[in-house]
Ligand binder design. Structure first.
Ligand SMILES: [Fe+2]
Length: 310
């Protein structure tokens, strides 16, 4: 599927920061600020892991290419194994990135402990993802995959909720909002529920549950976006807040599946345009392109689940 072109929704603006950006680079490059070699060796590596690219081995899994990274979904007519493995692939990739975002938002020596824990989760979920992607599963051989993934997700939920409590109480001073910890813990908790259902052979999605879960997740994303845009991107901040309000309303009052599908498509369009604007520097923000891509992939999953739910 072709990546959608961002048109219209966000408007376009000439990027006028080129001269300032060049000046910033030259300041950082002055000899007095250069790092000595041995300090560079002590730098921790934080950020995306370099994973080998590849297709899923299990037959029946489709790849949606609307985001930068592949989005694994059950293809038309997918059987039990394809449903289970595609769900594991989607969410283990998301869990790996949650750990990366947490580690990026825990700077400094005093946060080395919780940051190292996050890095270990990033490695762990990268291993889960690769082993699920690079093995060919049949319907009768899924149990070990589901149970080993479940136990890692449970440990990650404990970490996320522990960090949330610490951030809320003031004993942790990271750059992670309590709502972000809560949001990513809810996603992991829902993944555990899905793994349990899959373990019983149940691949069905209930429309009420899909609606309740995703409308709140999408509303959170739009609030995150609103708070990470440059304060002077007022029109976009207003749009993000307004769309979050629509989704909170859909969460509170429930809407029919047709309206939900429309909402999902609108969120995808908004996030696609935002991602491209951020990447090309036309939108000022502190949104990491990897985060923009992450929330776009979740919106595509939302849309897919709305269409599959009963
Ligand atoms: Fe999310």
């Amino acid at each position: 599927m072709e990546k959608r072109a961002a048109q219209g929704k966000l408007g376009r603006r000439q990027f006028a920061g080129g001269a300032m950006a060049t000046a910033g680079v030259s300041l950082l490059a002055t000899p007095s600020l250069a790092l000595p070699d041995k300090s560079a060796a002590l730098c921790e590596s934080i950020g995306p892991l370099a994973l080998p690219e590849g297709a899923a081995y299990t037959p029946g899994i489709a790849v949606d290419r609307r985001a930068r990274k592949p989005i694994f979904l059950p293809g038309p007519g997918a059987g039990y194994a394809a449903h289970a493995v595609s769900e594991v692939l989607f969410w283990t990739d998301i869990m790996m990135e949650h750990a990366m975002f947490i580690s990026l938002l825990m700077p400094g020596d005093h946060l080395r402990g919780p940051r190292s824990e996050a890095r270990r989760f990033q490695d762990l979920f990268a291993r889960h993802f690769l082993s699920a992607r690079d093995s060919g599963y049949a319907d009768y051989g899924i149990s070990p995959l589901l149970s080993s993934t479940r136990s890692s997700v449970q440990r990650f939920i404990e970490y996320k909720r522990r960090m949330q409590r610490a951030q809320e109480s003031g004993s942790l001073r990271s750059l992670v909002w309590p709502l972000f910890f809560d949001h990513i813990a809810r996603e992991a908790e829902r993944f555990v529920v899905r793994l349990d259902r899959l373990a019983y052979g149940d691949t069905a999605l209930q429309s009420d549950e899909v609606s309740a879960f995703w409308t709140r997740i999408m509303a959170d994303h739009l609030e995150f976006i609103a708070h990470l845009l440059d304060p002077q991107e007022r029109a976009l901040v207003d749009q993000a807040v307004e769309r979050a309000g629509q989704l909170y309303e859909a969460h509170a009052f429930r809407v029919d599946s047709g309206q939900l599908a429309t909402l999902a498509d609108e969120v995808i369009d908004f996030k696609t345009a935002a991602e491209q604007g951020i990447e090309t520097g036309q939108i000022k923000s502190i949104i990491d392109p990897a985060l923009a891509d992450h929330v776009l992939r979740e919106a595509v999953r939302f849309s897919d689940e709305v269409r599959r739910a009963q």
